[in-house]
Design a protein around this ligand. Structure first.
Ligand code: ADP
Ligand code: MG
Length: 944
């Protein structure tokens, strides 16, 4: 259909709305603070780490759905008092939905996108939960209301499609046929632009029918997610409503496409971008979302008048399908959803920035209209002519029998064609309705079963998909597992689920589960191996991570709120059973003092736990021989002030056979797991077989080149250097989880420029005397004892690394191998030519962090890069350049060596003089000190 005159085109900016949801249970439990505030269309976000740091944005609409609401008797969330600020579903529809509908009815294409991190309320806004219907169902309802009530002569046809983009594959959610591995194809057409080939378009004439279709689509999503072991937060859901309006009097047809898009969670995109990985999964994980970001940025730049050469629409499936919605022929609205909690600050800020860019995009929407059904008109005209000729022939007698026959044939043919066009729509509609009736019957049947029998229902990470699958446990014994070939089998699929996994038994109104030997069944967080009776609302995990809630007999059910048993609940329960509580992480902080970053670590842990279980299962089935384990890294390890606040999640990967170890960051693991799923799907689900076609090493997500591993750190406090007192210590090297990795014997030796240790006489009472003077000291690493790393496997080695003050690079000892107690015998001298206040402060309050690095066979060693580290006489390493450069910027240049030497001599002279003066004072003080100690001693013994 051609768009009417381009002169009608006007520039429409993408309209942007933001919405902030209430706290969820876990945020409430954690005592979260709300970092979002709103006044009219302005929204401010406050940095929880820095109260002064707040940013304000302005959008077309800002919806406060965080507080001030109540649940009415129909279960609707509404403002507590009339006129309250709470934005309910109806008021969001009033602005956004209505304008989409109005635009569509005028013949414009219209698009509504929901963007935000997982769990921020995209689906709540778009689809809704229970009675709180979202924009899509309400829009359809209003559309059909309009169609029924309109008085003019227009005829409307509505087609409904629903699809999902996962890992660049298009899945038709309304058709069983397209659920093949590779999905549907996206094609390009001169007139239509990009479209999905063979996508099912269901003719619709009521809102109830649409709701039913959405339910059907969600069911397909849920089974796809469990079968393919896919994560729905990584997929985009698109609903396309095509509206065709035929104005028969005016002989005009208007057609518009309404795209309703619930985008994938925005969070992983960046976390993966932050880290380079040879497998480049950052883009693979959600090419569509990344490309959408790039398209939006390019269009926003263009709107600002910047020169933009290329807009990468073609780089992903999603952006192809949304081309007209972004910078094209569409009126587009974006709703950006936010979590209010302090621990989501970074994500929320990034969502706001994204939305800010989107609002600059300009579209050129035009009304899509064309003369109506030219074909019908032409056929009618032709018929009239034929009839005329026929009547003339009749008058001329019977001579032209043949011609008349031919004419009659043509006439009937034309008549039929006209009728066909008119009835086609009705026919389609009838078929769709019939289809719908069978669907409806299945659903009514399911509702009846729910009223009669106990059942288990799926609980998904994505609340939209929870409760979609229900398996009824009728009287008798029921096998549960992959197998579905017997009438007494309940089929469940998922990672780690066996052919026959467990047996449900319903005897004398008691329900129990008995795991089959070797299969994994967890009830309320605890693994079970024997027959276990189930109570109403028990939590069940089958295999790696298939989560179900048990619903008992109707008589046992009360008005429970089942929604509290969400996915988080299952995982927290499991973590608690493993001894991981939020309290144990916050121990050092006192009660009710929840640091948002610490909470974030806890939830990361809980979130990664099932993913690690799944990765282990995939590794097992694919015979990869690697094992994954979650660790909470204490970042205090690497902090030279020894603060014990920051913690981070990491995944330890061990190849069992060769005892090789890798540490992956959370982002890397999440991305790698995505790639593992892909491999798993090809080889196991896709039937290639785990043994066939092993992946080349460089494409295998389970494998990485070996790198030195940070085993732990020890702290050597520097304070004694400020007094020029030597220090000899045995320090404990502590691993990320608090384990003792080794004991390190180390010394700090104040010395003269040639490396001779200073004597007692050189000890300072007041460290500030060092200011502006030269300071030399040596770090001596004597020996490493009791290396756990080597005890575990003898074919390993270690190196010790350290970084002093402003020295730009870390330095490392040479490697030592195969020895649990290796001698290091490593000595380095450091020199500050003119000690600055900064260095002095550093010495007095910081420790030298000695990092223990583990080496494995075949991995490269750590080499100190000496570029930029000045070495001078006696190979001393110059530190404290701040102090040095302030006074003599030229000192670094070789030709000025003599000048610096002279300065050094002067320093030395000065030093000697002061020393002499001080040593007198020193001995006096020492005496005083001694007498004080004796006094103290007396006091203590007196108290005892
Ligand atoms: P997303 O689709 O962005 O991953 P959901 O829409 O599924 O997130 O929302 C996650 C949870 O938060 C759901 O349980 C949902 O009911 C709740 N929620 C989201 N937005 C709101 C809101 N505006 N009011 C009440 N609850 C909400
Ligand atoms: Mg969602």
């Amino acid at each position: 259909m051609r768009a009417r005159g381009i002169e009608m085109a006007s520039k429409d900016c993408v309209k942007v709305a933001v919405r902030v949801r209430p706290f969820n249970k876990r945020e409430r439990d954690a005592g979260s603070r709300c970092v979002i505030s709103m006044t009219s269309n302005n929204i401010s976000i406050q940095d929880p780490h820095n109260q002064q740091n707040s940013r304000t944005f302005t959008f077309d609409y800002a919806y406060w759905s965080h507080s001030g609401f109540t649940r009415n008797k129909d279960g609707l969330f509404v403002p507590q008092e009339t006129g309250g600020r709470y934005a309910d579903q109806a008021s969001v529809f009033q602005d956004l939905g209505q304008s989409i509908l109005d635009n569509a009815l005028q013949g414009y294409n219209a698009t509504l996108l929901a963007y935000g991190q997982t769990g921020s309320g995209k689906s709540y806004s778009m689809v809704g939960y229970g009675p709180n219907k979202g924009l899509i169902p309400t829009l359809c309802e209003k559309l059909f209301q309009f169609i029924r009530s309109t008085q003019d002569s227009r005829q409307c046809q509505v087609f409904f499609s629903m699809l999902e983009i996962y890992n660049e594959q298009v899945i038709d959610l309304l058709s069983k046929a397209s659920r093949s591995v590779c999905g549907l194809r996206v094609r390009e057409d001169q007139q239509r632009g990009f479209y999905v080939e063979g996508l099912r378009r269901v003719p619709c004439d009521s809102a109830v029918q649409v709701e039913q279709l959405m339910e059907q689509g969600t069911r397909t999503r849920t089974t796809a997610a469990t079968h393919m072991n896919a994560n729905s937060s990584r997929s985009h859901m698109l609903i396309i409503v095509q509206l065709k309006q035929i104005f028969s009097k005016e002989c005009i047809t208007k057609q518009s496409n309404i795209n309703l898009v619930d985008l994938a969670g925005s969070e992983r995109q960046r976390s993966s971008g932050s880290e380079a990985d040879r497998l480049k999964e950052g883009t693979a994980i959600n090419l569509s979302l990344t490309t959408l970001g790039n398209v939006i940025s390019a269009l926003a730049d263009m709107a600002l008048g910047k020169k933009v050469v290329h807009i990468p629409y073609r780089d992903s499936v999603l952006t192809k399908l949304l081309q007209s919605a972004l910078g094209g022929n569409s009126r587009t609205v974006m709703i950006a959803t936010l979590s209010p909690a302090d621990m989501c600050y970074e994500e929320s800020l990034s969502t706001l920035r994204y939305a800010e860019r989107a609002k600059r995009i300009q579209n050129k929407a035009v009304v899509n209209e064309s003369p109506t059904e030219r074909l019908v008109k032409e056929l009618k005209a032709e018929n009239a002519k034929l009839l005329l000729r026929l009547s003339r022939l009749g008058q001329e007698g019977h001579k032209a029998d043949d011609e008349s026959k031919e004419l009659r044939r043509l006439l009937t043919h034309n008549e039929l064609q006209i009728r066909a066009i008119q009835t086609l729509w009705e026919q389609h509609l009838q078929e769709a309705l019939k289809d719908w009736e069978t669907q409806y019957a299945t659903m009514t049947q399911e509702r009846r079963m729910m009223q009669m029998h106990p059942y288990i229902m799926n609980i998904n990470e994505d609340a939209q998909l929870s409760g979609v699958v229900k398996l009824f446990i009728q009287e008798g014994d029921w096998d549960i597992g992959l197998a579905d070939n017997s009438p007494r089998a309940l089929s469940v699929r998922g990672l780690g689920i066996q052919e026959k996994h467990a047996v449900f038994s319903n005897q004398q109104r008691r329900i129990s589960i008995t795991p089959v030997l070797g299969s994994k069944v967890i009830v309320n967080g605890m693994p079970v191996s024997k027959r276990t009776e189930l109570q109403h609302l028990d939590r069940l995990i089958l295999g790696s991570n298939s989560t179900y809630l048990f619903i008992g007999f109707p008589s046992e059910r009360s008005v429970d709120d089942w929604s509290r048993y969400d996915y988080d609940y299952f995982q927290s329960e499991l973590a608690a059973a493993e001894g991981i509580h939020i309290q144990s992480l916050c121990d050092n902080q006192g009660p009710n003092q929840s640091d948002p970053s610490l909470l974030a670590v806890f939830y990361d842990y809980v979130k990664l736990m099932p993913m690690v279980t799944e990765a282990n299962q995939m590794s097992k089935e694919l015979k990869k021989g690697v094992e994954f384990k979650l660790e909470i890294k204490n970042l205090a390890m690497s902090d030279s002030k020894g603060h014990d606040l920051e913690k981070e999640i990491a995944v330890r990967v061990t190849s069992m056979e060769r005892k090789q170890v890798w540490m992956w960051s959370k982002a890397k693991f999440v991305n790698r797991k995505f790639l593992m799923e892909e491999v798993y799907q090809q080889q196991v689900v896709g039937g290639e077989g785990a043994d066939r076609a092993p992946l080349p090493m460089d494409r295998d997500p389970f494998w990485d080149p070996l790198e030195p591993l940070h085993l732990g750190s020890a702290h050597l406090w520097l304070q004694s250097l400020a007094f020029r007192i030597p220090l000899e210590e045995q320090v404990e090297v502590v691993g990320p989880e608090g384990t003792e990795e080794a004991i390190l014997q180390a010394q700090l030796v104040p010395c003269n420029p040639t490396g001779l240790p200073l004597g007692e006489d050189d000890i300072l009472i007041d460290p500030s005397e060092l200011l502006g003077k030269r300071l030399d000291f040596q770090l001596v690493l004597d020996q490493c004892c009791g290396l756990r790393w080597i005890k575990e496997a003898r074919n390993r080695g270690v190196q010790v690394g350290f970084q002093v003050f402003d020295c730009p690079q870390s330095l490392y000892t040479p490697s030592v191998w195969h020895n649990v107690n290796p001698l290091l015998d490593h000595r380095v001298q450091f020199t500050a030519l003119r000690t600055s206040q900064e260095l002095l402060n550093y010495l007095q309050s910081n420790a030298l962090v000695l990092e223990l690095w583990g080496l494995q066979e075949g991995c490269s060693e750590l080499v100190p890069c000496m570029d930029g580290v000045k070495t001078k006489q006696e190979d001393s390493i110059i530190i404290d350049k701040i102090g040095t450069s302030e006074h003599s910027a030229t000192e670094t240049v070789g030709s000025d060596l003599s000048a610096s030497l002279r300065a050094l001599h002067q320093d030395l002279e000065q030093l000697r003089n002061t020393n002499a003066a001080l040593s007198k004072e020193n001995s006096a003080l020492k005496e005083q000190l001694n007498s004080a100690r004796i006094g103290e001693h007396c006091l203590i013994s007196h108290m005892q």
